[in-house]
Design a protein around this ligand. Structure first.
Ligand SMILES: Nc1ncnc2c1ncn2[C@@H]1O[C@H](COP(=O)(O)OP(=O)(O)O)[C@@H](O)[C@H]1O
Ligand SMILES: [Mg+2]
Length: 226
């Protein structure tokens, strides 16, 4: 986690200076110092400048959340896993219904409190739910369950999606590894979500268990000590 944070900070720094350089050139052209611009040229440069601002903002936001995360790892607080998982489910509800997937939430047992970072646990839940939706075809179902047991608190994300072959299950946690069916279903993935999720789980003393059957679906279960 920390290595990755450092990497992102360095990347942010370098990207900022490249963005600054491109911006200076755009400003120079817009000032007409390099000769007069046609209306279409000006419009196109202004659009480029606007996109560049968005890029700068996005990288600033990324660097900011990395800063907050490394802070929040040192700062543990009681987190209500039910409220957190429910808010993630709510956030995905619209895109799930667009995809024609039923997204449910259930809670059982005792109060599911976990000691840790709300920000990181939110990312963990977010990763698992977004995977379940991404790797489930239209008409499928994703169910998020939070269970408080005497010795454990469990976050479970179950889907009726494409599944993972048995020999691939340990490998999907490796950075950059994607299954063949996963690549086919969703070409835009990059294969780091589960690696990050596993780091977040282990930073909270939790383990991730996976059950899956090809063509039937998968279940990712995060088991926290209560
Ligand atoms: N719920 C799931 N159902 C089927 N395959 C999954 C599921 N979650 C993850 N995978 C597989 O594990 C791989 C790694 O997942 P992840 O690290 O989140 O990266 P990404 O989603 O960007 O590909 C995916 O590419 C996919 O092959
Ligand atoms: Mg993913």
């Amino acid at each position: 986690m920390l290595n990755m944070a450092e990497l992102i900070r360095a990347f942010h720094h370098d990207l900022r200076s490249v963005v600054g350089n491109i911006h200076a050139h755009i400003q120079y052209l817009l000032s007409d110092h390099a000769g007069p611009l046609t209306g279409a040229q000006r419009e196109s440069l202004e659009t480029a400048e606007f996109s560049l601002r968005r890029l700068a903002l996005m990288t600033d936001n990324l660097a900011q959340s990395v800063r907050e995360e490394s802070l929040s790892l040192n700062h543990r607080e009681p987190v209500d896993l039910e409220a957190l998982a429910f808010s993630v489910v709510k956030a995905f509800q619209v895109s799930a219904s667009h995809e024609g997937i039923t997204l449910d939430f259930a809670r059982s047992g005792e109060d599911p409190w976990v000691l840790g970072s709300e920000l990181l646990l939110g990312r963990l839940a977010d990763n698992l739910v977004s995977n379940a939706l991404r790797y489930t075809p239209q008409g499928g179902r994703v169910c998020v369950t939070v269970r408080g047991e005497p010795e454990y608190v469990i976050l479970e994300v179950r889907d009726t999606g494409i599944g993972i072959p048995p020999h691939e299950i340990p490998r999907v946690f490796a950075r950059g590894h994607r299954t063949e069916a996963g690549r086919e279903k969703s070409p835009e993935g990059i294969g780091i979500g589960l690696a990050i999720s596993e780091e977040i789980a282990s930073a909270h003393g939790a383990r991730i268990e996976v059950e899956s059957e090809v063509g039937k679906g998968s279940c990712f279960r995060v088991v926290f000590p209560a």
